[in-house]
Design a binder for this molecule. Structure first.
Ligand code: MRU
Length: 380
């Protein structure tokens, strides 16, 4: 079992599953393609290894890919003792590698958000440092901070989400919550977002049952979320994606909570393919549908979800079993459409749970995510 409570993901995490094991100069990523049957960590030595690990789904989940990308480059430059260039050379080296890492997967904004923030750190370091080594040092420290911050932010999401859900609970019994894809420890630096809310509800004795979808075609739900739920001893049931509507019709779901890869300024949310149909089913059955995501998943440059780039993945994920990793199951010659994500319109979302509180709608169909974010910055 992939247990690690001693690496630098924020110290006291207890025995939670860890996809990212990092210490200065060394990065190991849990190969999520092999879970739940095998626990194998891959050594990531540089940005190229990081790019391949993200593209090939060794590591996945919006926050985890951003942090893994940043740390892969941190490991690369940690071995640059003999770098002979100027501070500007160091800065352009880092910026070029960050652009390269961002090209690995397009939909999750966390990756480009991390790259933008790291470039700011690099620029500030160039303005004040005289040696290339100091630029690399500043980069490593900033990348390492992202790892720590993500765990803290997930715990805050869990706490805000659990409090909010309990407050809006209609029945006196515990809540039954349906989730999609994997948004837990494996998709983040630790703890998780939507799954973090489920964990917090469970810890507070307020969870009746978690339902997780298989999440075809890559099966993040049956392979990863089910693995985490069993590991955490949370009462949980796996369902086929196509069973969600029937489950809701039977009155067995009190709320749906999913993660996000990119939230537009109006609250439209890109997340794992199938999220949109869950939101439609939830609306039909009068069940609240929530998004849980850190503010690093928010993209204020997009006014709506219309312009979110949706990654299309290999046909093999559908043609072969185990999300493309197993034997052929589909008829040879069939053409395939395999979008990895879809966009759920804001009007189907009841609230967006962040590490700074829950963004609620004020009477309209859309959220004012920008006002929420600016308020936090003290700018309005
Ligand atoms: O293709 P994946 O596995 O990277 O997709 C992951 C999701 O869609 C998650 O719901 C999202 O990234 C949030 S993870 C906290």
């Amino acid at each position: 079992m992939a247990l690690d409570s001693s690496s630098s993901n924020g110290g006291n995490m207890g025995a939670t599953l860890q996809s990212i094991c990092y210490e200065r100069g060394s990065l190991r990523l849990l190969d999520q393609r092999k879970l739940p049957l095998e626990t194998v960590y891959l050594d990531i030595k540089d940005a190229t290894d990081g790019w391949n690990a993200i593209k090939d789904m060794v590591v996945r989940g919006a926050p985890a890919i951003a942090i893994a990308a940043a740390l892969s480059l941190a490991v690369e430059v940690s071995h640059f003792d003999a770098f002979s260039g100027t501070t500007n050379d160091a800065a352009s080296f880092l910026a070029g590698k960050l652009d390269y890492l961002v090209s690995s997967r397009p939909t999750a904004v966390n990756l480009s958000d991390a790259a933008t923030k790291l470039k700011e750190v690099i620029s500030d370091a160039v303005a004040s440092a005289s040696k290339a080594k100091s630029i690399f040092q500043a980069y490593m420290e900033a990348a390492e901070l992202m790892l720590k911050d993500d765990v803290a932010s997930n715990k805050a999401i869990g706490s805000y989400g659990a409090t909010f859900l309990k407050l809006h609970q209609k029945s006196s019994k515990g809540l039954s919550v349906l989730t999609h894809c994997n948004t837990g420890s494996l998709a983040t630096a630790g703890y998780g977002t939507a799954l973090g809310v489920i964990r917090a509800l469970h810890m507070e004795g307020a969870l009746e049952r978690a339902y997780c979808t298989e999440t075809r075609p890559f099966n993040q739900g049956s392979r990863l979320t089910a693995f985490e739920l069993v590991h955490e001893r949370i009462p949980a049931t796996l369902i086929a994606d196509s069973a969600a509507a029937a489950l809701m019709k039977e009155g067995r779901v009190d709320a749906v909570i999913v993660g996000a890869d990119r939230v537009a300024a109006n609250g439209d949310t890109a997340n794992k393919i199938g999220t949109y149909s869950l939101a439609l089913c939830a609306r039909h059955h009068g069940i609240p549908f929530y998004v849980a995501a850190p503010l690093t998943s928010v993209d204020l440059s997009l006014s709506s979800g219309q312009d979110i780039v949706i990654e299309e993945r290999s046909a093999k994920e559908l043609l072969n079993s185990r999300g493309g990793l197993g034997e052929q199951v589909a008829a040879s010659g069939i053409s395939v459409w395999n979008p990895a994500f879809d966009v759920t319109p804001a009007n189907l979302i009841a609230g967006i749970i962040t590490e700074k509180g829950v963004i609620a709608k004020k009477g309209s169909d859309a959220f004012d995510v920008k006002a929420f974010a600016l308020q936090l910055d003290g700018k309005c």
